[in-house]
Design a protein. Structure first.
Length: 107
């Protein structure tokens, strides 16, 4: 018997919940902008896992299409977020989000 045949949608949902929780904790606890972006990516990937798990369970391609849409948004978010972090680092010399409280440099 195939070992993957015993893996049901519940396993994927539990894994997605753990990944989302780990991403949420990382976004709340850590103050580094790069770690914050990675935590957001982890939460988006957890949502993708749920979409694909339910699409597999119900035999619908809508979940797969939604997962591709979320991946496109995650790629754009990563590109724009990294560009912002690089721009902020060039002016402020830090990526700590607690120190970034104004939109312009107050030097």
């Amino acid at each position: 018997m195939n070992a993957l045949s015993n893996v049901g949608p519940t396993h994927f949902i539990v894994l997605a919940g753990l990944l989302f929780s780990l991403g949420a904790i990382g976004a709340i606890v850590r103050r580094n902008a790069l770690v914050l972006l990675m935590s957001i990516e982890l939460m988006l990937n957890a949502a993708n896992l749920v979409f694909v798990a339910y699409a597999k369970q119900y035999g619908d391609a809508g979940g797969h299409a939604l997962a591709f849409f979320v991946m496109a948004i995650a790629a754009a978010e990563a590109a724009v977020g990294l560009a912002i972090v690089i721009g902020v680092f060039r002016t402020r010399q830090t990526v700590d989000v607690d120190e970034l409280d104004a939109l312009r440099d107050e030097t």
